[in-house]
Design a protein around this ligand. Structure first.
Ligand code: GLU
Length: 510
């Protein structure tokens, strides 16, 4: 194994980046940085039919927003490029010839209809059709047919290349998180490595590229664990040493029932993408059409807000995803990216799925906001919402920072800082009776003469209050905020200023 650690994040550009993918990218990044290694972004775009325009650019932008900038990528280049599989076709052609020559792969000429028939016949008998050693000599391929026939069929050009899965063998693989994994080759089929359109399948291109890009550790989602035996066997067939593999468990829905899917964002009411994704119907329709699928969804372009638009800081999202499913020794929860780098260990990643807990993410977000200077919060808020009708200044942030959970919606959540709000009618009924109104009138008279600092405002309130201090505070707060929420009442009064305070209280008294 080479000394220099090289990891890669290898998404297919088939749509936006989901939190599960983002966590895989993060763990790769952490492992690279921890070991002074390289973090590579490779785009697995061999399946042009499934490609969705704009997804690759979206993925790079999402990584950039999260601070997970790769060292090598299609955009940045590097010594092992090209970094888009669609630009690496000649490499795959060369390598598939190696496997055909050394007998690890063979040509297969079975038509799709013929294979479908076998599948159906097996299904009728309650069996599964598996194309491998037990039946390959009865099927149409370069192992079962004579040389002349094979050459003739090859000239037609209508063939695929299949991997020759070893017969009756137990295949042992190692996963850095789960330990030894074994599977009988009887259950595995002779996977297609090269398709009839002369492009490689995911498995083949993935293994060839990991080798050629000198990848030392493959850290990816658990859904790829079933492919591990094939990938390890492909390495063996080439005589190459495989990288170390770690398959990260799934991120589960908040209720623990299954994988958090792309659609769950809508049903659970929180985002599942890092930044907003514009799902353009034309693009989806074209993709469906190419696949020969009917397109039945409503014909409307749709924008899905991401965590960014929800007012989540990238620092908090990274912190949350970093700790999700990673059992750490200390009890600390608030980490910055460089802290995570320092303590990251592949072996500490848990074996079972981790439930997505949006409340916890919001809590972490508020913690990161507290750590940030008010000036920085102001900058981020204005970048997020440049057209806001309110001016969120340092003075505003200083006042609400301890209560700020998300950068978005300041104007909704804290609208009372900018303009007078409608009062909650139930609270109004409860708190603003005649006695309270008399108190408010007296307090206004005092404030008219004296409006200096928090302690004076407080003392004067106490002096005017005949209905009790708590009730008096509640009445004033309701006038200023519209509900019983918000920062320290007297700090809020100073923030709003004498004129505005008198105006808001005055509207109740008259
Ligand atoms: N292209 C695969 C994906 O989108 C990559 C799997 C892997 O990392 O090997 O998930």
């Amino acid at each position: 194994m080479p000394n220099h650690v090289r990891v890669r994040f290898a998404p297919s550009p088939t749509g936006p980046l989901h939190v599960g993918g983002l966590r895989a990218a993060l763990y790769n990044y952490l492992h690279a940085r921890k070991n002074n290694g390289s973090f590579v972004l490779r785009v697995e775009d061999t399946d042009k039919k499934r490609e969705i325009k704009g997804s690759y650019e979206y993925i790079e932008e999402s990584l950039r927003w999260c601070g997970l900038t790769p060292d090598e990528s299609p955009l940045l280049g590097g010594d092992y490029g090209p970094y888009k599989q669609s630009e690496r076709k000649s490499f795959y052609k060369k390598q598939i010839d190696v496997l055909i020559k050394n007998g690890s792969a063979y040509y297969a000429f079975d038509k799709a209809e013929e294979l479908e028939k076998h599948r159906k016949n097996h299904e009728k008998k309650g069996k599964k059709f598996v194309y491998n050693a037990h039946n390959r000599l009865k099927l149409k391929n370069s192992l079962s047919l004579d040389k002349e026939k094979v050459n003739e069929l090859l000239k037609n050009g209508n063939y695929v290349v299949r991997f020759k899965m070893p017969d009756e063998k137990t295949i042992f693989c190692n996963d850095e998180i789960r330990g030894k994994v074994s599977v009988s080759s009887k259950e595995l089929d002779d996977k297609v490595l090269f398709k009839s359109d002369k492009t490689p399948t995911y498995h083949f291109a993935n293994v060839v590229d990991d080798y050629m890009m000198k990848i030392t550790h493959v850290i990816r989602g658990e859904e790829w664990l079933p492919s591990l035996p094939l990938h390890v066997l492909l390495y063996k067939s080439f005589g190459w040493e495989p990288p170390l593999y770690a398959h990260i468990p799934l991120i589960l829905k908040p209720n623990g029932k299954g994988k958090l899917s792309k659609r769950d964002g809508e049903s659970f009411g929180f985002p599942v993408y890092p930044i907003k994704w514009k799902d353009v119907v034309n693009v989806r329709r074209a993709a469906a059409f190419e696949k020969g699928l009917p397109y039945g969804e409503e014909a409307k372009d749709k924008t899905y807000p991401g965590f960014k638009e929800f007012g989540i800081l990238p620092e908090a999202l990274i912190n949350y995803l970093g700790l999700l499913g990673w059992s750490k020794q200390d009890n600390k929860e608030v980490y910055c990216l460089s802290d995570l780098v320092g303590s990251f260990e592949i072996k500490s990643i848990g074996k079972s799925g981790a439930k997505f807990d949006f409340e916890k993410l919001i809590w972490l977000n508020s913690q990161h906001i507290q750590k940030m200077s008010s000036e920085e919060v102001v900058k981020r808020v204005s970048l997020l919402n440049p057209n806001s009708k309110f001016n969120v200044t340092k003075k505003v942030v200083d006042l609400i920072k301890p209560r700020l959970e998300r950068l978005a919606d300041i104007d909704v959540e804290f609208g009372y800082l900018f303009e007078s709000q409608k009062r909650d009618p139930a609270l109004e009924k409860k708190l603003l009776n005649n006695d309270a109104k008399t108190f408010l009138k007296d307090y206004c008279d005092v404030l008219e003469k004296n409006f200096e600092n928090a302690s004076q405002l407080k003392e004067d309130l106490g002096r005017c209050s005949k209905i009790g201090f708590g009730k008096s505070m509640g009445a004033v707060r309701l006038c200023l905020v519209g509900k019983l929420a918000g920062p320290d009442l007297f700090e809020l009064m100073l923030f709003l200023g004498k004129k505005e305070v008198l105006k808001r209280i005055g509207s109740v008294v008259v």
